[in-house]
Design a protein around this ligand. Structure first.
Ligand SMILES: [Zn+2]
Length: 122
Protein backbone atom coordinates (compact mmCIF):
# COMPACT_ATOMS: atom_id res chain seq x y z
CA UNK A 1 0.00 0.00 0.00
CA UNK A 2 1.31 3.41 -0.90
CA UNK A 3 2.06 6.00 1.76
CA UNK A 4 -0.68 8.20 0.31
CA UNK A 5 -3.22 5.39 0.55
CA UNK A 6 -2.18 4.53 4.14
CA UNK A 7 -2.44 8.15 5.25
CA UNK A 8 -5.84 8.48 3.61
CA UNK A 9 -7.16 5.42 5.45
CA UNK A 10 -5.73 6.55 8.80
CA UNK A 11 -7.34 9.98 8.30
CA UNK A 12 -10.70 8.29 7.66
CA UNK A 13 -10.26 6.18 10.83
CA UNK A 14 -9.44 9.31 12.81
CA UNK A 15 -12.54 11.08 11.45
CA UNK A 16 -14.73 8.11 12.51
CA UNK A 17 -13.18 8.11 16.00
CA UNK A 18 -13.74 11.86 16.35
CA UNK A 19 -17.43 11.45 15.43
CA UNK A 20 -17.75 8.61 17.93
CA UNK A 21 -16.19 10.66 20.76
CA UNK A 22 -18.36 13.69 19.87
CA UNK A 23 -21.45 11.48 20.10
CA UNK A 24 -20.32 10.14 23.50
CA UNK A 25 -19.75 13.67 24.79
CA UNK A 26 -23.20 14.73 23.54
CA UNK A 27 -24.82 11.70 25.24
CA UNK A 28 -22.88 12.31 28.45
CA UNK A 29 -23.90 15.98 28.49
CA UNK A 30 -27.54 15.02 28.00
CA UNK A 31 -27.31 12.46 30.82
CA UNK A 32 -25.64 15.07 33.02
CA UNK A 33 -28.44 17.58 32.34
CA UNK A 34 -31.09 14.96 33.20
CA UNK A 35 -29.29 13.95 36.40
CA UNK A 36 -28.92 17.58 37.49
CA UNK A 37 -32.63 18.12 36.85
CA UNK A 38 -33.45 14.99 38.92
CA UNK A 39 -31.21 16.17 41.74
CA UNK A 40 -32.89 19.58 41.75
CA UNK A 41 -36.41 18.11 41.80
CA UNK A 42 -35.49 15.61 44.52
CA UNK A 43 -34.00 18.29 46.76
CA UNK A 44 -37.03 20.58 46.57
CA UNK A 45 -39.05 21.10 49.71
CA UNK A 46 -42.38 19.23 49.66
CA UNK A 47 -45.09 21.64 48.64
CA UNK A 48 -47.35 22.53 51.52
CA UNK A 49 -50.93 21.51 50.98
CA UNK A 50 -53.51 24.28 50.85
CA UNK A 51 -56.72 23.87 52.79
CA UNK A 52 -60.14 25.18 51.89
CA UNK A 53 -63.73 25.13 53.01
CA UNK A 54 -66.82 24.70 50.90
CA UNK A 55 -69.90 26.84 51.22
CA UNK A 56 -72.88 24.99 49.82
CA UNK A 57 -75.54 27.20 48.31
CA UNK A 58 -78.84 27.37 50.09
CA UNK A 59 -80.87 26.63 47.00
CA UNK A 60 -80.20 23.26 45.49
CA UNK A 61 -80.37 23.01 41.71
CA UNK A 62 -82.23 19.79 42.17
CA UNK A 63 -82.87 17.39 45.00
CA UNK A 64 -79.67 15.55 44.13
CA UNK A 65 -77.21 18.30 43.20
CA UNK A 66 -75.54 20.55 45.74
CA UNK A 67 -73.82 23.69 44.44
CA UNK A 68 -70.88 25.08 46.35
CA UNK A 69 -68.13 27.64 46.46
CA UNK A 70 -64.52 27.03 47.46
CA UNK A 71 -63.10 29.44 50.04
CA UNK A 72 -59.59 29.02 48.63
CA UNK A 73 -60.02 29.61 44.89
CA UNK A 74 -63.50 31.15 44.90
CA UNK A 75 -64.73 28.90 42.11
CA UNK A 76 -68.29 27.68 42.17
CA UNK A 77 -69.32 24.24 41.06
CA UNK A 78 -72.25 21.90 41.16
CA UNK A 79 -72.54 18.24 41.99
CA UNK A 80 -70.83 18.29 45.38
CA UNK A 81 -70.79 14.90 47.08
CA UNK A 82 -70.08 14.43 50.80
CA UNK A 83 -67.26 11.99 50.03
CA UNK A 84 -65.16 14.67 48.27
CA UNK A 85 -61.82 15.25 49.98
CA UNK A 86 -60.40 17.95 47.68
CA UNK A 87 -61.74 20.96 45.77
CA UNK A 88 -62.35 19.93 42.14
CA UNK A 89 -61.12 23.33 40.91
CA UNK A 90 -57.89 23.97 42.81
CA UNK A 91 -57.12 20.68 44.58
CA UNK A 92 -57.10 22.15 48.08
CA UNK A 93 -57.98 19.77 50.89
CA UNK A 94 -61.53 20.31 52.11
CA UNK A 95 -61.46 20.73 55.88
CA UNK A 96 -64.88 22.20 56.48
CA UNK A 97 -68.20 22.15 54.68
CA UNK A 98 -70.92 24.62 55.58
CA UNK A 99 -74.39 25.01 54.22
CA UNK A 100 -75.95 28.44 53.72
CA UNK A 101 -78.93 28.80 55.98
CA UNK A 102 -80.90 31.48 54.21
CA UNK A 103 -81.85 31.87 50.58
CA UNK A 104 -79.84 34.33 48.52
CA UNK A 105 -78.62 36.27 51.51
CA UNK A 106 -75.23 37.79 50.63
CA UNK A 107 -74.43 38.81 54.19
CA UNK A 108 -75.21 35.38 55.56
CA UNK A 109 -73.13 33.88 52.83
CA UNK A 110 -70.15 36.08 53.62
CA UNK A 111 -70.54 35.32 57.32
CA UNK A 112 -70.47 31.61 56.59
CA UNK A 113 -67.40 32.08 54.39
CA UNK A 114 -65.63 34.02 57.14
CA UNK A 115 -66.54 31.40 59.73
CA UNK A 116 -65.17 28.68 57.48
CA UNK A 117 -61.99 30.70 56.90
CA UNK A 118 -61.59 31.14 60.67
CA UNK A 119 -61.91 27.39 61.22
CA UNK A 120 -59.25 26.74 58.60
CA UNK A 121 -56.88 29.34 60.03
CA UNK A 122 -57.01 27.75 63.50
ZN1 LIG B 1 -60.80 25.49 45.30
Amino acid sequence: MSIRQTLKELAADARDEIQSVELQIETSNRTLRILRMCQQVLSEEPKSETKCGLVLEYAQKSQWVDCGECTECGETFSGYRPNWTHCPCCGSKIVKVEKEDSPGDRLARNAVREAVAAVIAN
